[in-house]
Design a binder for this molecule. Structure first.
Ligand SMILES: NC(=O)c1ccc[n+]([C@@H]2O[C@H](COP(=O)([O-])OP(=O)(O)OC[C@H]3O[C@@H](n4cnc5c(N)ncnc54)[C@H](O)[C@@H]3O)[C@@H](O)[C@H]2O)c1
Length: 257
């Protein structure tokens, strides 16, 4: 029975991924702020260290799967938490848990990025260099200095850097025998999306962000793609970003892929 760690397992896409992977026969170790096997806070270096230690203790040093869903939206206060959770709360777990995944059977990892990762391209992303250098204090200082634009910058910038971080690891993880991919969801009906819709600073732009498939996704529509990427059916899928966005990226960037 594959053993899979899921962050953000208590809500939204992470909770749906949990259901899908349980149905596919996985044993799941959930990580979240509450209602999880491991209660922990991925927004600080100490919190991440504690989660990693508990995860390794629970799985006995061997993991077959890793699904990183924990994330915060544009409306989050303080805004500096966004990059801390979305970028550092994912990348530090990837690097720390690779040795455990290497011990697993058909090991795979899926990182939940966002269609927003393409809104702020790497060469225009003010957070890119500091993220890649692992300089969390600098990332947070840039975001804090952005004023009203801080939420969008923190969200799109951290998700762009996250997708790049995954792609940069494709060579090493391939060599290590662990598949690693991202899913880039479009607007999905979760508490994170609802919180953005309820914030007057962001509600209009979120409402206007309508996919060619003229509706928002249900979290189960992300979970089915995650379950596929985690399964042996995806055995040659590696280093890819799957847009599960109802066609938004195709419309936004028809000539770039
Ligand atoms: N919902 C959307 O429209 C949408 C679109 C694109 C990408 N995403 C991404 O999908 C992922 C899941 O989001 P969701 O929409 O399911 O949101 P959600 O709020 O329903 O779930 C996110 C989970 O992450 C957990 N989390 C937040 N901060 C944490 C911390 N410091 N430590 C540990 N856990 C923490 C929350 O407690 C929550 O259970 C996020 O990375 C989000 O950026 C969502």
């Amino acid at each position: 029975m594959p053993c899979t760690l899921i962050t953000g397992s208590a809500s939204g896409i992470g909770a749906a991924a949990r259901q899908a992977l349980l149905a596919a026969g996985h044993t799941v170790i959930g990580v979240d702020l509450r209602n999880a096997e491991i209660t922990g806070d991925l927004s600080s270096a100490e919190g991440r260290k504690a989660v990693i230690a508990e995860a390794l203790a629970r799985c006995g040093g061997t993991l077959d799967g890793l699904v990183l869903c924990a994330g915060l939206g544009v409306q989050t206060k303080p805004v500096s938490l966004v990059a801390s959770v979305n970028y550092f709360g994912a990348v530090e777990l990837l690097d720390a848990l690779l040795p455990a995944l290497q011990q697993g059977v058909n090991p795979a990892a899926v990182v939940i990025s966002s269609v927003a990762s393409a809104l702020l391209p790497w060469d225009k992303n003010p957070l890119a260099a500091a993220c890649e250098a692992g300089d969390e204090a600098k990332v947070n200082a840039i975001v804090n200095a952005a004023g009203e634009q801080g939420g969008n910058l923190a969200y799109s910038g951290s998700k762009n850097a996250l997708t790049v971080a995954v792609r940069r690891r494709a060579a090493a993880w391939g060599k290590a025998g662990v598949r690693l991919n991202t899913v880039a969801p479009g607007a999905t009906e979760t508490p994170l999306l609802q919180a953005g819709l309820q914030d007057p600073r962001y509600s209009e732009s979120i409402k206007n962000f309508v996919a060619p498939i003229a509706r928002r996704a249900d979290p189960s529509e992300m979970a089915s793609v995650i379950a596929f990427l985690m399964s042996p059916q995806a055995s040659f899928v590696h280093g890819a970003q799957f847009y599960v966005d109802g066609g938004v990226d195709a419309v936004m960037r028809p000539t770039q892929f």
